[in-house]
Structure formats: C-alpha cells, structure tokens
Design a protein around this ligand. Structure first.
Ligand code: GRF
Length: 187
C-alpha cells in the first residue's frame, strides 16, 4: 500500500496528533505523517513530532506571507493530505485552492450544530441531549464541508464543560483515524 503523505496542523496539546502518529505506524493505516505544522511555538504537540523524528514547521502567522511559507513546505514534503487537528487559525480560500488536495478537520460538536469556538459552553446553555465530534472535509466556509465521520454520546445532567471536553476528545481520537480509513479505503 502506498501511504498518503500527510501533514498535521496543530496549535496546542496535540492529543489527536499523538493518536494519528500511533495509528500511522500500522502498515495498513493509509497515511504516513511526513510533516507537522504549528502556529504556536509552545504547542505541546511539537514534542510528539520531535519524539517521533517527524519534521515540523513552527509558523509565525503574523507574517503576511505565512501561508505561502507553509505551501512551500507542503510541496517540499510532497504532501497530499492535510489534517487539521486543533489548528486554531482559519485557512484562507486562497490556501485551499493553492494546495488543491484534500484537507480534513476535526471539530468538537455534532456539525452543523455549534460551528466555531466555545462549543461545550454553548451545548450546555442550549440544554442539548447529545453532543460529540465530527471529522469533515474543509471548504472555504468555517466548519461547513461534508461530514466524513461523526460520533456522539448522551450528555449526563452532571456533565460540566471539562467533562464534555474529555468525553468528546476520547471519541475524537477514534473518529479521526476512522475518517482517514473511510476516505482512502478504495484508493
Ligand atoms: C480538539 O478538541 C478538536 O476538536 C479541536 O481542537 C482540539 C484539539 O485537541 N479542533 P488536541 O490538540 O488534539 O489535543
């Protein structure tokens, strides 16, 4: 199997990155992680890249041409899939078009519900019965591309924001890999 050369974008803790790295060690898993991009030099996720000898790029998004810098690296590493795993920066339409290949994102809600930030808080305020996570294709509209995998759980009366986050992240760690397998199963 020829594995898809993949870049993971992160901004923080990187727990999704960690699971993807672990799963990609399996020879039947369809991707090889060839590059990690972080817009935050303090992102803990960078340590996972270092530990696993995966090249990483720390990008200063205050630079006017930062997306071009990223695009150049993606080309250099022959990347054909981008996974946004907690990347807290909106990807521009120009970037999406210039990359021209698949970009997927993980979002901590049952899209199309609760696009954007502060999902757990809004889920509680709206007294939702269920919540979960969604892996979806990225298009130029925020959190709006076609869904690939969605996983949900019932909210307990005692759940607070932290508990919802923990429960959601457990599902995310499985959902991201399942989505990747689903996309490339027949390729
Ligand atoms: C995840 O909850 C993801 O849904 C959101 O950002 C978080 C990243 O977590 N987009 P981690 O950095 O992978 O631990």
């Amino acid at each position: 199997m020829v594995k898809k050369r993949t870049c993971i974008f992160i901004s923080g803790y990187g727990s999704n990155l960690r699971y993807l790295i672990n799963n990609s060690r399996n020879q039947n898993f369809p991707i090889k992680i060839c590059l990690v991009v972080s817009n935050n030099k303090k992102a803990k996720g960078i340590l996972y890249a270092k530990k696993n000898s995966i090249p990483y790029l720390i990008i200063n998004t205050n630079k006017r041409n930062f997306e071009n810098i990223i695009l150049k690296e993606l080309k250099k590493y022959k990347i054909s899939l981008i996974c946004l795993a907690g990347y807290m920066k909106i990807i521009s339409k120009k970037f999406i078009n210039a990359f021209g290949k698949t970009i997927i994102n993980i979002h901590p809600s049952l899209l199309p519900k609760f696009k954007g930030l502060n999902t757990f808080k809004r889920v509680l305020i709206d007294k939702e019965k269920k919540t979960g996570c969604t892996v979806h294709f990225v298009n130029e509209k925020l959190d709006s591309g076609t869904n690939i995998v969605q996983k949900s759980f019932f909210i307990d009366k005692k759940d607070n924001e932290t508990m919802l986050k923990n429960k959601t992240q457990k599902l995310e760690h499985r959902a991201f890999s399942e989505a990747i397998i689903k996309i490339f199963r027949y390729n």
